[in-house]
Design a protein around this ligand. Structure first.
Ligand code: ZN
Length: 112
């Protein structure tokens, strides 16, 4: 933790005694949306500072990137809707089974 971090914590989290509150903080950003905030401290003050820092960083990451689920939804929304053609029996648009990947009639006409 350098002085910039101490100032940032003081400005964003509150006044924390930082002289003996040394800690290591690290963040892993991941494209799968499972971001990780990690802190390590060996003193009580350190843990207090680390928790304040970690909580704030975690909140910022969540606000910026969203949860893993929210990121998935955003990614899937980008996928173009592919033209699956029309049912040869009734002409309704085809759908693709998410389970098997096979095409089927969206009107389920074979059931009639
Ligand atoms: Zn059909």
């Amino acid at each position: 933790m350098d002085n910039t971090d101490k100032d940032w914590i003081k400005d964003n989290v509150g006044d924390i005694s930082t002289d003996s509150g040394d800690f290591e903080g690290e963040v892993f950003w991941s494209t799968d949306g499972k971001h990780t905030v990690h802190v390590k401290a060996s003193t009580k003050d350190g843990r207090r500072s680390a928790l304040a820092w970690g909580n704030e960083v975690y909140k910022r990451i969540k606000d910026t990137y969203g949860t893993k689920q929210a990121q998935s939804v955003k990614e899937y929304a980008k996928e173009p809707i592919e033209d699956l053609g029309k049912c040869s029996s009734c002409g309704a648009p085809n759908k693709k089974s998410l389970k098997s990947g096979k095409l089927y009639c969206s009107a389920l006409c074979w059931k009639n």
